[in-house]
Structures are given as structure tokens and as C-alpha cells.
Ligand binder design. Structure first.
Ligand SMILES: [Zn+2]
Length: 102
């Protein structure tokens, strides 16, 4: 499906933009079906994003992308992580990376 792929490319472009902004270097970006989360990040530098993220609003996309990319710098959700999130995505506290919660 052409439209879908174009939107998938938009997600990847957003990830590149955020990676530069946060000064992180993900080894691989994967966009695939995820049922329980919108994104994940492995310690080896692989960032996985849910394919249906393309159907979400741009603010939410930015939140998920920034959250996962920040894990390349801070592996937990501690004080530093929260401070960086507030710096880059001021309204992040209203969002949730888990699916099924709003
Ligand atoms: Zn996280």
C-alpha cells in the first residue's frame, strides 16, 4: 500500500530529525506490528516503533520517538530521563508509551 509506505517514511524522517536533536545514534530503526507498546529500545541500539504509529497525531509520534531515542542516552525512567523529556517534549506527562492507556 503506497500511502502506508509514504507515512512510514515520514516516521523514519522524524526519527532521523529527533536523533540529531537528541544527539543519539540508533543502530537500526524498525517499524513493525506491536500490540502492547508504541515503541521499544534495546541496549544494543535498536529502536522499534509500532507500525500503527503512522495513524497517530504528530505530537504523539514525537513523544514516542523522543522517549525511545532518549533511552539510548538514559536506559531507565529516572530523574535525568524525565528532565530530558520535559526539556524536549514539555507535555510528555500526558502521554503513555503503553497501548491501551491514554
Ligand atoms: Zn521507556
Amino acid at each position: 500500500m503506497k500511502v502506508y509506505n509514504e507515512r512510514r517514511e515520514i516516521i523514519c524522517a522524524r526519527v532521523e530529525c529527533w536523533a540529531q536533536r537528541l544527539n543519539v545514534h540508533p543502530r537500526l530503526i524498525r517499524v513493525q506490528r506491536m500490540t502492547r507498546k508504541w515503541g521499544s529500545c534495546s541496549t544494543s541500539g535498536i529502536v522499534t516503533l509500532a507500525a500503527d504509529l503512522v495513524n497517530q497525531g504528530s505530537n504523539f509520534q514525537d513523544f514516542v520517538i523522543a522517549h525511545e531515542l532518549l533511552h539510548l542516552r538514559v536506559p531507565n525512567h529516572g530523574k535525568l530521563f524525565k528532565a530530558l523529556m520535559t526539556m524536549h517534549v514539555p507535555d510528555w506527562k500526558r502521554q503513555d508509551v503503553r497501548k491501551g492507556t491514554s
